[in-house]
Write a protein that binds this ligand. Sequence first.
Ligand SMILES: NC(=O)c1ccc[n+]([C@@H]2O[C@H](COP(=O)([O-])OP(=O)(O)OC[C@H]3O[C@@H](n4cnc5c(N)ncnc54)[C@H](O)[C@@H]3O)[C@@H](O)[C@H]2O)c1
Length: 455
Amino acid sequence: MAEMTSSSAASTVVDQLKSKIQQRQAKIGIIGLGYVGLPLALLYSEEKFSVTGFDIDQRKVQTLSQGGSYIYRITPPEIQAARKQGFSATSEYSQLTAMDAIIICVPTPLNEYHEPDLSFITNTTHAIAPHLRAGQLVVLESTTYPGTTEEVMVPILEKENRSGLRAARNGAGSEKEFFVAFSPEREDPGNTSVARRDIPKVVGGLNSDAAELAAALYGSIFNRTVRVSSPAAAEMTKLLENIYRCVNIALVNELKLLCLRMNLDIWEVIEAASTKPFGFHPFYPGPGLGGHCIPVDPFYLSWKAKEWDFRTRFIELAGEINSNMPYHVLASVGSALNQHRKSLNGARVLVLGVAYKKDIDDLRESPALTIIELLQKEGVQVSYNDPYFPFIGKGRKYDLQMKCANLENLGQYDCVLIVTDHSDYDFRHIVEEAQLIVDTRNATKGIHSAKIVRC
Ligand SMILES: NC(=O)c1ccc[n+]([C@@H]2O[C@H](COP(=O)([O-])OP(=O)(O)OC[C@H]3O[C@@H](n4cnc5c(N)ncnc54)[C@H](O)[C@@H]3O)[C@@H](O)[C@H]2O)c1
């Protein structure tokens, strides 16, 4: 029998993995079991794949192993159902060799100088490399600047694997290859209007085989996959989406400040503009940006742009406006108290809602934390209430050590400051009880009271 050429060997490997995926026989490893990785693991599990989750956080591994959950919107029965389907969690990277596809969902924060901190990606990549085997597909999902997959991850994987494997690129294939792709996560926490599988999944492969495999992998849990020409194009797609949000939120935040000065209601204006059936998409002002994505991701691009001697001015301006919003809230509370002949110093203020947006249990980069700290610096006695957080301990930037106050006797506070408009709150009742309300979210829409200051 004629010997198989390298490229036909490679195409056999691709066909085999594709058919394993289609028949739900591919083993899937998901690294990083946080807000992105854990729901993804459950989706694959629901589709009858055998899924192994990897995390360095022992508490998470232990909780999952006992059938528990640490994410509010994921219930323990969902974890238990996945476990019956074969889902397990581990910190043992050696188990990666048995996987057919490895999806990486680790954090990509900024460091103290507001620069990309790729250490989670590089640490994970160093940890994967020794366990890599030929024919595996490795997909990065963490949001990052264009070039990370190809310039940062692939060289580590190629250098540190133990079998002389190379990433498959266009050209002659070989049996000693692994496949690499990038596919951004597009979840919108708290948004229940779109089912996860209805959100199209963008994939960019290092070569066409990798793209085909990644499209097959995601095609088994998402209704539509969108292929772009490279991992960098997929990385840039995610950044464009988030920069678009960041810049538009900054625009409405700035216009809100003008409207307040002109005695116009920005919310009314946005609602009216939204009736235009084309060319307008509403964005809403708020107390500042929060979450892992919008305040962080745009700066991955501005950092990378410098390598190309390019300044991303929209990103910088939007960052400036958005990061100023907590200071605007502070000034608004000060002036509202002043109207009541009170000062910030010594005032008792209840911050209502500390999650970065409504109905979610995520505190990351929440503007509420900055606002609490700014108020405390002015001598305010700050309390908070949030049904999702019985306690606020140490975070990345702050160490507040506060306990959630109950909502009884709201009249004891000089001011109730609405920072997050959770659906659980009965705002009509809150307005009735409180002495003074400062509303950063238009949560009191339709309630008429002289106690309300909209800011
Ligand atoms: N949360 C979102 O809504 C969202 C949406 C879109 C994109 N993203 C992006 O997805 C990525 C992950 O975000 P997330 O919100 O899931 O983060 P997360 O902090 O909730 O979870 C990350 C997990 O990775 C684990 N981890 C860190 N280093 C590890 C390592 N070396 N090996 C194994 N596990 C490791 C952590 O212990 C943690 O459990 C980020 O790049 C983020 O920007 C997040």
